[in-house]
Design a protein around this ligand. Structure first.
Ligand SMILES: Nc1ncnc2c1ncn2[C@@H]1O[C@H](COP(=O)(O)OP(=O)(O)OP(=O)(O)O)[C@@H](O)[C@H]1O
Ligand SMILES: O=P(O)(O)OC[C@@]1(O)O[C@H](CO)[C@@H](O)[C@@H]1O
Length: 306
């Protein structure tokens, strides 16, 4: 079973304003609400790929109920810990560019954090723990480190997709997959990564210095670079019209996990991951199966000659 942990779930309020002007009254051209947060997005795309997962984390209030109802409608198993405050609402403003305003999220008590640690400890060998997204500011910064270490002790596979300060404490534990984008990897190593060649060079150094089975460095329309043991693969994604980059990274994590779960070769796993990322980028919401199947044959994967 895959357990996705979203400590700070969100309702993503997507607002399209074609002629946006700051300091004035703007009227929307289109609005939509989505259940979001990185782990929750991973669960939603896994479901499209017929891979079961359970989504957990902290939810509360009317917005928390919306998130849980959405998952229930999609028949995705959820096991959230309830908090008093409401789950956050993140604004995704689409004008001629995308602007995001992510809220801080509710206050989480130490008791609720202990409940979550206990919930995760019920999983073990053969299970995968996905830790994705930010942590509410009231929660200890090294929680991912603690959860990762405990899960590894319990023989779980651990996957992390989060910012540097939250990932860093977990890097002491052997991890199955991390998926920084090129800017995040640049932040880890203190160097700008602009090109696929930069990602290959710096990613390899970072990979060799840590105990990570798969390192996927995503680069939006430029695809991604995957490090797997001594092998390095470069993916070129399909071309299309960008409609929504929110959740493209989460979709690529879901595709990768689905490939591993289905026993695909590493090349096919990487291709599925890229197809999921592109299917989200080219849709209004998250990737759906039909779109993933459509883009999959257009992904190109090549292995680097050593
Ligand atoms: N414009 C695009 N065209 C084609 N594929 C894309 C595009 N944007 C994203 N993708 C696909 O999605 C993957 C992940 O995208 P990206 O690198 O933007 O992740 P991210 O920065 O973690 O995204 P986010 O945080 O918004 O979810 C890419 O590797 C690629 O396969
Ligand atoms: O504030 P975080 O936890 O870093 O990111 C949260 C978020 O931006 O990530 C998802 C897209 O990846 C959205 O559904 C959600 O709003």
């Amino acid at each position: 079973m895959i357990l996705t942990v979203t400590l700070n779930p969100s309702v993503d309020y997507v607002v399209r304003v074609d002629q946006f002007s700051t300091g004035h009254l703007n009227r929307t051209d289109q609005t939509a609400f989505y259940a979001g947060g990185k782990g929750i997005n991973v669960s939603q795309v896994l479901k499209e790929l017929d891979v079961h997962s359970t989504a957990t984390g902290f939810t509360g209030g009317f917005s928390g109920r919306f998130i849980e109802d959405t998952l229930a409608e999609k028949q995705i198993k959820a096991d959230f810990i309830h908090v008093e405050d409401h789950s956050r609402i993140n604004i995704k403003l689409k004008t001629d560019e995308e602007t995001e305003i992510n809220a801080a999220g509710p206050v989480i008590s130490a008791e609720k954090v202990s409940e979550l640690i206990e919930l995760v400890s019920r999983y073990g060998k053969g299970d995968t723990l996905v830790l994705a997204g930010s942590i509410p500011s009231s929660v200890e910064r090294d929680l991912y480190g603690k959860l990762a270490a405990a899960a590894y002790q319990n023989e779980m596979q651990v996957v992390i997709d989060s910012e540097k300060s939250l990932l860093e404490p977990a890097l002491k534990t052997p991890l199955t997959l991390i998926k920084p984008n090129h800017k995040e990897l640049g932040g880890y190593i203190g160097q700008d990564i602009e090109t696929v060649e930069d990602a290959v060079a710096h990613g390899r150094r970072f990979y060799n210095e840590h105990q990570i089975e798969y390192l996927m460095v995503s680069m939006a329309e430029d695809g991604a670079v995957l490090f797997a043991g001594d092998e390095t693969y470069i993916a070129t994604p399909p071309k299309g019209e960008l409609k929504n980059s929110v959740g493209a990274g989460d979709s690529s994590v879901a595709g990768f996990l689905a490939g591993l779960e289905k026993g695909y070769s590493i090349e096919d796993t990487f291709a599925l991951s890229m197809a999921c990322g592109a299917a989200t980028a080219f849709s209004e919401g998250l990737a759906v199966k039909e779109q993933i199947d459509h883009y999959l044959p257009m992904v190109q994967i090549r292995g680097l000659v050593k």
